[in-house]
Write a protein that binds this ligand. Sequence first.
Ligand code: GLU
Length: 529
Amino acid sequence: MREEVSKCCFWPLILVGNQLKFEIMSERKVRVRFAPSPTGPLHIGGVRTALYNYLFARQHGGDMIFRIEDTDSNRFVPGAEEYILESFRWLGIQFDEGVSFGGNYGPYRQSERREIYKKYVKVLLDADKAYIAFDTPEELAKKREEIANFQYDASTRMQMRNSLTLPKEEVDRLIAEGTQYVVRFKIEPGEDVHVDDLIRGHVVVNSSILDDKVLYKSADELPTYHLANIVDDHLMEVSHVIRGEEWLPSAPLHVLLYRAFGWEDTMPQFAHLPLLLKPEGNGKLSKRDGDRLGFPVFPLEWHDPKSGEVSSGYREKGYLPEAVINFLALLGWNPGNDQELMSMDELIKLFDLSRCSKAGAKFDYKKGIWFNHEYILQKSDEEVAHLFVPILKEHGIEAPFEKVQTIVGMMKNRVNFVSELWDVASFFFVAPETYDEKTVRKRWKENSAQQMTELMEVLCGIEDFSIEGQEPVVMNWIAEKGYGTGDVMNAFRLTLVGEGKGPHMFDITSVLGKEETLRRMQRAIEVLK
Ligand code: GLU
């Protein structure tokens, strides 16, 4: 009867309450987090996850949080946290708060939040939504042998050593004696759990298939990922959980945890991003694919502190951060048309979670190379020259900046990486010592030495050694003499470059200058005579 009354009396109130809740929800400030575990270098898939969070946060004027999930002390790898931060600095993905950024919701490193988690573990225990389990690893192994497909859940928990089966005095005694225990989530079976995912849609899972997950371990006084993740998302007022598909199976459990705490009203919206797939064949992208096909799967080079193994990174391989961002943005999302080149600002405008695909995205690393080429072309010659100067230095070259800039302008459309500029343009800086045999055989004719000597004289007389200053004079001379233009130009190129490649002849000579041009010709004539 009381039920009845309260239902009918409170119904309108509940309606009002829902309306209110709806308004609060729709006005809720967007707050997203990137929450890596510092277990090694950040995988490129993790970079994409962070990028999508960043684009979403910026688009909605929201906050982006950097949280370190380091509750699994066994897997902690020194240097990983700094590596992750450095990766984002390089890529231009900015955080508003979190580890190393500060903020009002800290600490942001989970290992510094032990007391908070303990409090929430107690909340669940007191509400009978969790229980203490003493089963040793040996006991669990034995059970697994006894029962096929053993799972610690409603069907088995009453056969185990836990606070549901042991008298209270014994539980207290065991704890007082310092016996190690874990706290498990008590999942009620036979209930449909609904997960609304902005990418996957509506997912329903029956609670009977879930096990009583460990939420806390007395051994290290730390929570597991699940508990810490939910408590932090709640306390940090996270509005959207955007993460990799591999976390989708945890989502029903997370929904149940929110409910157990009574936090359904502020539960974040989920969006599980599609997997990154191998460039060829099936399956998840792995480091081995990168090693086999020669592309990095990490943003920066990583030096493993234990094995000493070095894994290549996009930065050290010479990718431009803008190119990596653009490439990753399109792995699992597109703007709805065939536009491919987008700056970070454009991505922030265009990004749309609901346009993310459910299907995995093939990691087309060649497309990444293409993006790098495009971004080299987009950059000014001056910017690229600044990137080329250190590479020149490595080769022992110090050249006037203006000259480097001119050469970059002539050659950048031929390369995918700035470092490749050396391969195609080193002859500008270093005179040929030898002359490519094949080219000599084909291009250096009987009268070449004679023609080149005459050409030297012609060039010598030219005051204005710019392209416009030289070209008509030389072409007139060729015509007057009745020489073959190809014959002259091919031999001329050989004397300056040492082989048959390179840009337009007068581009080369104008950069080399009169003196150097004549010096190279003189030497070639002597050597090839
Ligand atoms: N610590 C988890 C990771 O390493 C976070 C998963 C999540 O975003 O909930 O990816």
